[in-house]
Design a protein around this ligand. Sequence first.
Ligand code: GUN
Length: 294
Amino acid sequence: MTARIIDGKTIAAELRAQVAGEVARVRRDHGLTPGLAVVLVGNDPASEVYVRSKHTQTQAAGMASFEHKLPAEVSQEHLLALIAKLNRDPTVHGILVQLPLPKRLDTETIINAIDPAKDVDGLHPHNAGRLAGGFAALAPCTPLGCIILSKSVHTSLAGMNAIVIGRSNLVGRPLLQLLLNENATVTIAHSRSRDLAKLCAQADLVYAAVGKPEMVRADWIKPGATVIDVGINRLPTAAGKTKLVGDVAFAEVSQVAGAITPVPGGVGQMTVACLLVNTLRAACAIAGLPKPAV
Ligand code: GUN
């Protein structure tokens, strides 16, 4: 058996086109241009790549993009003052502080300072709590992307056995909540879980979000299962370059799974597309407009 490859690149492009259509509509009918502010502290190369991609894709969707690059030595007070300014700015509807922040800075305090209505990362406790309560909320972008990719294979996830490997605030925990909202039966596994292979073997849906290169092996996977790989690990090659691999051993797992996301070209593409969705939704909510069609 060879798995169907879930084409995140194409699905993300379709989503971005839908967002661009809705952005054009709200601008034409309501004079509203959604705006996203991204704050980057320091010059971590991987973060710089993500932030550049967010900037380009935000503009391509017809939204306003505001980049704030701060030196690694920036003080907590300065960063909090910038967030307060963005909270007040009527042209900004979404605020994203790129993580991880330098250790010196208190990430929790900084995330908590973002206006929950503009928290397009879905990390503020207001949104995390609402999501956990099953209420409407801005949800983190990568888990939203995982759900869309899963639903490109299965029209309904109701009653399916899902396992989420990893319990981070950015992926594992919110993904658990989104899967529950889809009426899946969810197991969340982590570094202390016993017999991960056995837990995985019962799952129709496997989400790997641990940051361990090629950890999930073929003999863990129920034949025909859908495997969504959230990992983006950079490994050195013999030629002195780096290659990207996921948390799933793609070559062998794709022989057992029914459908699988590649790395790159899977979940990674969806994260920014979902950020655009969240920014559009936040802009409409702040302006008192009905929910957009995407
Ligand atoms: N760093 C890696 N992924 C993300 C993300 O989705 N949001 C933020 N803020 N930082 C990240």
